[in-house]
Design a protein around this ligand. Structure first.
Ligand SMILES: Nc1ncnc2c1ncn2[C@@H]1O[C@H](COP(=O)(O)OP(=O)(O)OP(=O)(O)O)[C@@H](O)[C@H]1O
Ligand SMILES: [Mg+2]
Length: 469
């Protein structure tokens, strides 16, 4: 049989409750019992003292009528629900408290039993009084002295079951109260345990649903405790999974789309050449197109691989001190051909002749390459590019700004996404796949630096930071 939390908790707490209440009931009953017996004993002793007084008066001083004495004993018997015996100095019973006791008259009580009386002490005993009584009783005894002579004693017996019967109602009430509170406690326990186990069951079911690929599943647990927290974390996890899944789908769709277009054109041109649709004199031109397309395809696969390697942490960041301004100058020169081709105006403003930074030089070069590539690519002919560095306390800020851009604020946020290409990224120089900035962002992040973009007034400015050495 499968153990559920519900069953386990219910059993554990249930048993604890039963044991707890059971012990409580036993203790209470024991306490009550002791208390009642004690009260009865006290009553018997008080009355015993009074009777002793009467006996002395009645039997020895003659101040009290003997008949009156025995009548009084009979009344007391009823009032106390106890039997009263009078014994002489030999231990022989010579007076009793009613006709039902007459069978004891003249009987002698064992000397051992009466020893305390002979010594002038009182008796208090629980039991059958040395086998003399048929049922367990409480016995109280007092010695009687007259003129310093031991004259005998008085014994009062109250049947224990009778005493207990008097208080049976209180016992019953106690047991009922304990049972009832136990039952209520059990009810509350049931509700509380359900409150814990029910949401856990929901979470487990939701986990199964998500494992089956239904990432939209969400939980709504409102218990206001750790389980609600767990539910929230679960939902958070489901959201992330949904996002990852969506990303994966988009990635596959993007890659297939971006692969198909150039492959189709490569195939088309080669077919044209093979079947002769493309005339001989144009072969060179189309082969060059095919070459360009295959170069692009290789660049895309390399970029994708690089991106995935960085994201998976397979590329190590090797920070070291190096000269940043020199790197920028060198990088810029490598774009000279394109810059002159497009007639671009380039302004380079470096805040110092030299500045040493602490970063991964390969990463920084790659970042500069991608940013300059974009700037050159997306600036229309005769447009302007400004490269500026500035001192930002412990860091150097590098800005690359270019003109001729019309990007909305909403789009600026998206340019960092993988495969994101703006509407304007078509045309002769604009042949990318939208991976450049994704790689840049990843690299900047790995170096624990910041990068952001600002757009407006037909310009786009990309800014990143590098730690000074
Ligand atoms: N300097 C810029 N000026 C104008 N638009 C830009 C600039 N840099 C990026 N963008 C926009 O952001 C998009 C994403 O840039 P990203 O560098 O990631 O891709 P790409 O340059 O199109 O392709 P790839 O870099 O993979 O060759 C670009 O397609 C373009 O729309
Ligand atoms: Mg780019």
């Amino acid at each position: 049989m499968r153990q559920t939390i519900f069953k386990r908790l219910f059993l554990t707490y249930g048993i604890t409750l039963i044991i707890g209440f059971g012990i409580l009931a036993l203790l209470l009953l024991q306490l009550f019992n002791q208390y009642f017996i004690e009260t009865k004993k006290q009553l018997l002793m008080d009355q015993g003292k009074k009777i002793r007084q009467e006996i002395v008066l009645g039997l020895y001083t003659g101040q009290l009528d003997q008949k009156k004495l025995f009548d009084d004993l009979q009344i007391l018997d009823k009032f106390l629900n106890a039997r009263i015996w009078l014994v002489d100095s030999q231990g022989v019973i010579f007076g009793v408290s009613g006709p039902h006791e007459e069978k004891y008259l003249g009987k002698k009580i064992d000397g051992k039993q009466l020893l305390p009386l002979f010594q002038g002490k009182s008796i208090f005993e629980k039991g059958t009084f040395g086998g003399k009584l048929e049922e367990p009783s409480l016995t109280v005894g007092y010695p009687i002295f007259w003129k310093n002579l031991f004259k005998g004693g008085i014994l009062i017996h109250a049947s224990l079951p009778e005493v207990q019967k008097t208080f049976a109602d209180i016992y019953r009430l106690t047991v009922w109260a304990i049972l009832l509170s136990g039952l209520i406690a059990y009810g509350i326990l049931y509700i509380q345990i359900r409150k814990i186990s029910q949401p856990l069951k929901e979470i487990s079911e939701a986990a199964k649903i998500i494992a089956d690929g239904e990432f939209q599943k969400r939980l709504s647990i409102e218990t206001g405790d750790e389980i609600e927290e767990l539910g929230k974390s679960f939902n958070h996890m489901a959201e992330s999974l949904e996002k990852i899944e969506e990303n994966r789908r988009n990635l596959v769709a993007n890659i297939s789309h971006d692969l198909r277009t150039p492959m189709t054109s490569i195939r088309g041109f080669i077919e044209g050449i093979v079947d002769g649709t493309i005339p001989q004199e144009e072969h060179q031109h189309y082969l060059n197109v095919v070459l360009e397309e295959s170069k692009r395809l290789i660049k895309m696969t390399n970029d994708l691989l690089e991106l995935s390697n960085i994201q998976q942490g397979q590329v190590e960041v090797r920070k070291q001190a190096f000269e940043l301004h020199e790197t920028i100058r060198r990088k810029l020169i490598s774009f000279e051909k394109l810059i002159t081709e497009k007639n671009l105006g380039v302004t380079l403003i470096l805040y110092a002749d030299q500045v040493r930074v602490f970063a991964d030089p390969l990463f920084v070069e790659r970042i500069l390459s991608n940013l300059l590539d974009n700037a050159v690519k997306f600036t229309p002919e005769k447009g302007n590019i400004v490269i500026r560095t500035s001192d930002d306390h412990e860091r150097v800020r590098v800005e690359i700004e270019n003109s001729g851009v019309n990007i909305s604020d909403a789009e600026v946020k998206k340019i960092w996404e993988r495969f994101h290409k703006g509407d304007s990224s078509r045309g002769k120089y604009k042949t990318g796949f939208g991976l450049g900035l994704a790689i840049v962002k990843e690299m900047v992040g790995r170096m624990e630096e910041r990068i952001w973009a600002e757009s407006g007034q037909g310009k786009l400015k990309v800014i990143f930071t590098v730690q000074k050495a």
